[in-house]
Design a protein. Sequence first.
Length: 277
Amino acid sequence: MTDSAPAPDQTPAPTAAGMAVPEGSANAPASATGTPPPTGASRRGGRGRRNSSGPAGGAPAPQAEGPAKAVRAPRPIPPALEKLAELYPRLFGAVFLPLKRGIFQDLQAAHPDLFEREALKLALGIHTRSTRYLQSVAEGRPRHDLQGQPVEAMAPEHVHQALLEVHRRRQGRSAEDLQPKLVARIVRAIQASGLTREEYAERMHSRDEAANAVLAEALAALAALQAREEALLRAYEASGKTVAEFADMYGMDPRTAERSLHNARRRSAAPAPDAAA
């Protein structure tokens, strides 16, 4: 299955995340040249198509009884998107990284006679709505320019919306309950955002009650984790031990203990929020 051109029912409308607007977002480090793929292969990567021939000897494959299950053919990749992959293989090729806002105008300026405006908008829209692109946003990677240089941090709102959308798509294809993994990823996103729990909750609250319930679960999990870290810091300060000795006492990995202690110290040193504000 190729994620480059998601089906309509996979396409979110995360205008708040800036990902459905071609001018405002997209993918990975760029390079002006690249080794062309084998003839007939897409420069954008993806899984190979299954061989359509029957068993050895050319005999037709046996037909299963009952109604045949419809197989959706992969969507063709627009020529403009193939051209972008040829020009910028590290941005639009097999590896996806978030694109800077305004990449549409940058491409128009760099190639004024190469891309028709609407075809370029369509190509960028397909690219930035693909699951692989949203995964790169969900990881919190910075946005990149056409030269492949990181130029802007990814907004926490965009990371959060991408996490929810990637989860929705994966859950639709899995019998396993993937919500615990989503909650854990949101916890890490909150920690990486630099926002307090209260700030994050205020900025990510939406009219989607299911999304709000997941957010509340992640915030509760983070609160419990932070309480444990603060208790660990108090115990460490009272122990008179080194970090390695303290971690050994509690059966912890020293790096995990050091990280937890660092997190607790950082929060305790942070200025208290202004009550009037």
